[in-house]
Design a protein around this ligand. Structure first.
Ligand SMILES: [Zn+2]
Length: 302
C-alpha cells in the first residue's frame, strides 16, 4: 500500500512562532506539555510524522539549533537551504518571537511560552525557573543532553535540571561530543547548539565570506549528525530537527550584522524535520519522509 509521503497544508498565515516547537515535540515524543505552553503543535509536522512512522511514539530526537540561520539567507543561498531540505524534507515556516534575540527565542522554543510568560524579554541569560520542555522530558524519565559552547545561551538557560550538560570550547567540539553521544545511544533527546555563523555576522555582516563559510559549516555539521543518527539510531523511531532561533540584517549605523527588530529579516525562518522509522534508513522506507521528495507547508518544491 502506498501511503502519501507528504500531506499538503496551506501555509499558516500568520505563521506559527517558534513556540510551536515544544508542543510539536511533546506530541511526537508522547510527553505532557510543560506548564506555560500556550500554543498548539504544528499540525503539518504531525501529519508528516504519521505518514512516515504510522503513529509510533518517537523515542530518539536530535534538535540541531544553529544560531541566526533565518530566511534572510534564503534568496542568496538557496542551494544550502536545498541541502538542508534534502536531509530534513518536512519544512515549516515559522516566526521568531520578539525581540528576536537568542535567549528570548530559545526560552520560547523550549517552553512553548511567549516572552512575557517565561520572563526573558531582552538579552539576558538567567537560569529559567519556569517549567520547560526539559522538565517535561525529565518527568517522563527521558534521558536528555544539551551540548553547547561554554557560556552560550543554550549552555546557560536550562541548567539545574536532571539533564546532562556538555559545555564545549567551540562548534567543532560540540559536533564531536554529539557524535559520541549518538554513537553511545544513551540519550533519548539531544539538543545541539552551534554559534559560528552568529558570531561572524556580528563581527562582519550576515553575508560576508566568513559568515557564509560558517553557514556552510553548519549545513555540513547537520549532514554529519544526520548520517550518524542513520547509523546509530537505526533501531529507533526518530526525528531530527534543524531549528534556528531568528534571522539577521545589516545595522544601518554600524554596517555590521545585528538582530532584534520586528522586521522580516530578523523574524522569519524555517524549521526542517526528518523522520526515520525503526529499522529503515529514512530514504528507503516506503512510508518515511526522507529521500528525494521535499515539500513545504504550501506543498511547493524547494
Ligand atoms: Zn541567536
Amino acid at each position: 500500500m502506498v501511503v502519501p509521503v507528504q500531506p499538503e497544508s496551506p501555509r499558516a498565515d500568520p505563521p506559527d512562532t517558534i513556540q510551536a516547537v515544544t508542543p510539536t515535540l511533546c506530541h511526537l515524543l508522547g510527553l505532557d506539555l510543560p506548564a506555560l505552553c500556550t500554543v498548539p503543535p504544528v499540525d503539518f509536522v504531525l501529519r508528516a510524522a504519521h505518514a512516515g512512522l504510522g503513529g509510533a511514539r518517537i523515542d530518539r530526537c536530535l534538535v540541531y539549533a544553529p544560531d541566526a540561520i533565518g530566511n534572510h539567507l534564503q534568496a542568496g543561498y538557496s542551494d544550502l537551504f536545498a541541502e538542508i531540505a534534502r536531509l530534513a524534507p518536512t519544512t515549516v515556516a515559522l516566526r521568531a518571537v520578539f525581540p528576536p534575540k537568542t535567549p528570548v527565542c530559545f526560552a520560547s522554543m523550549f517552553t512553548g511560552a511567549p516572552p512575557a510568560d517565561h520572563g526573558i524579554r531582552k538579552y539576558e541569560r538567567p537560569v529559567l525557573q519556569c517549567d520547560t520542555l526539559f522538565d517535561a522530558l525529565v518527568r517522563a524519565g527521558r534521558r536528555t543532553a544539551i551540548v553547547a559552547v561554554t557560556d552560550s545561551s543554550m549552555d546557560q538557560l536550562f541548567r539545574g535540571r536532571d539533564v546532562h550538560y556538555f559545555s564545549e570550547s567551540d562548534d567543532k567540539d560540540v559536533t564531536a561530543r554529539t557524535l559520541a553521544l549518538i554513537a553511545a545511544d544513551r540519550h533519548e533527546f539531544i539538543v545541539v547548539y552551534h554559534q559560528e555563523y552568529d558570531d561572524l555576522l556580528h563581527e562582519t555582516t550576515p553575508f560576508s565570506d566568513s559568515a557564509i563559510r560558517a553557514f556552510r559549516n553548519h549545513v555540513n555539521a547537520f549532514r554529519t549528525l544526520v548520517d550518524a543518527t542513520e547509523e546509530s539510531w537505526l533501531g529507533h523511531d526518530r526525528v531530527i530537527v534543524f531549528a534556528p532561533d531568528h534571522g539577521a540584517h545589516i545595522g544601518p549605523e554600524t554596517m555590521t550584522g545585528t538582530h532584534g527588530d520586528d522586521i522580516p529579516q530578523d523574524m522569519e525562518l524555517r524549521h526542517f524535520y526528518r523522520f526515520g522509522a525503526n529499522g529503515h534508513t529514512a530514504g528507503n522506507h516506503p512510508d518515511a519522509s526522507g529521500g528525494a521528495r521535499t515539500t513545504d507547508q504550501a506543498g511547493g518544491q524547494i
